[in-house]
Structure formats: structure tokens, C-alpha cells
Design a binder for this molecule. Structure first.
Ligand SMILES: [Zn+2]
Length: 216
């Protein structure tokens, strides 16, 4: 079951992240999670706020979403939130995302993958809580809404990505498909042009970008 429309995700993140509520003074509907609040924040989040395209309702940020917004780790890092805690993908947890995509935790959970670490892209997860290990949402900072991923599909891509990364193909090449003539020459010599063709067939698929970026 996928619950698009659930407003539990930020509460989950807030609860398990040990975030204390940050009460404001404005009442209204939270534009992140959709909750009614008497303690919201009505001002524009910041000058460099770049997630407006995801905001479609509400006039305040509630006291539960506010501390997540203020905690820079939630935008600078990729992370996984479950009912037992938030894990950030840092240097000590390099395989976190890749492991999670292939073997998701017990639901409910939230997964966020950042490419740039600048945008508050996690806000779009506010109404996309994952409630299945087979099909789940991944929030990103390069799509307007979370990407729906099937676990079996990730497993289908794994060997291709593993092979290309072992060949030292940069992630950017796997994302844009701009293989150099040298790469083509080598692929012909070593007989893996089929893999290049397979990559080219996936370029532009948001699910592909998720798994390439998630690969350690
Ligand atoms: Zn909220």
C-alpha cells in the first residue's frame, strides 16, 4: 500500500529525529504536512528557499516541521527515517541508501536522496509516506515530487550499475549518457557495448537517477 496523501511523514521524521517542536505564533494549515496548528511560522522560510514548486496548500510551517527545516542535515545529506530513528548517509554510512533501496526497512519509512545538498527537497515527502517494502517513495532534490520505486526493479539494475562502476564509469556519465569515444573503444574491445546501450535506454528515467546516485 502506498499512501499518497498521508500527512504522517514529517511527524515521523520529527518524532524519531528527537526534534523538539519549535512553536511559532501564527495559526493556519502547515504547507508541509497539512496539519492545522496554532503555533505555526508564517514568514517566508529564507531567501534561498527553492522548494516553492512543491508547496500547494497552507500558509504556515507548523511547529513540528519547523525543527526539521532548521536542521541543515535534512537538506545537506541523504537520509532514511523509520519508526526507530533517522540515519544520515555520511562517510560512516556510505552504503545506507543502496542497502535501503534493495532491502527497505519495516514500514512506515521515508527515504530522501539529495544530489546538491542545497534545496529543501524533503518537503515534498510531507504527503508521501512509504508503507510498503515492495513499492516505496524516494524524495529527491531534483524532482518536484517523490519518485515511486519498485524494489524488484532496483535489484534488476544492480548488476549493470555494479559493472559500470567497477569499470570506473563516472556517475555523471551514467546519468547523462555522454560516453567518451575512449569508453566506446574500450567497450568494443572488452565486449560490453550492450551495457552502454542499456544505460542509454535508462537515461532520463527518474528511477535510474535515484539508483545511480544511491550507489556507494
Ligand atoms: Zn507541518
Amino acid at each position: 500500500m502506498i499512501e499518497a496523501g498521508s500527512s504522517l511523514a514529517p511527524l515521523l521524521i520529527g518524532d524519531v529525529g528527537g526534534q523538539e517542536p519549535l512553536p511559532g505564533t501564527h495559526h493556519g494549515t502547515c504547507y508541509v504536512c497539512g496539519r492545522q496548528t496554532e503555533h505555526g511560522w508564517a514568514e517566508a522560510p529564507s531567501d534561498n528557499f527553492t522548494a516553492w514548486s512543491q508547496i500547494y496548500r497552507g500558509s504556515v510551517m507548523c511547529e513540528r516541521c519547523r525543527p526539521i527545516f532548521k536542521d541543515r542535515r535534512f537538506r545537506q545529506r541523504s537520509w532514511v527515517a523509520t519508526t526507530t530513528g533517522v540515519q544520515f548517509a555520511d562517510s560512516e554510512h556510505r552504503t545506507l541508501l543502496w542497502d535501503t533501496l534493495r532491502e527497505p526497512p519495516d514500514p512506515p519509512f521515508c527515504v530522501y536522496v539529495t544530489a546538491g545538498g542545497q534545496k529543501q527537497g524533503w518537503i515534498s515527502l510531507g504527503i508521501y509516506l512509504s508503507t510498503s517494502r515492495e513499492r516505496y517513495w524516494v524524495g529527491t532534490d531534483w524532482t518536484d515530487r517523490p519518485v515511486l520505486i519498485e524494489r524488484a526493479w532496483v535489484h534488476d539494475q544492480a548488476e549493470l550499475i555494479d559493472r559500470m562502476r567497477e569499470r570506473k564509469m563516472p556517475k555523471q556519465v551514467l546519468l547523462d549518457g555522454q560516453f567518451s569515444s575512449g569508453a566506446w573503444d574500450r567497450a568494443m574491445r572488452e565486449e560490453w557495448t550492450d551495457d552502454i546501450e542499456a544505460v542509454l535506454a535508462r537515461v532520463g528515467d527518474p528511477r535510474w537517477e535515484v539508483v545511480v546516485r544511491a550507489h556507494p
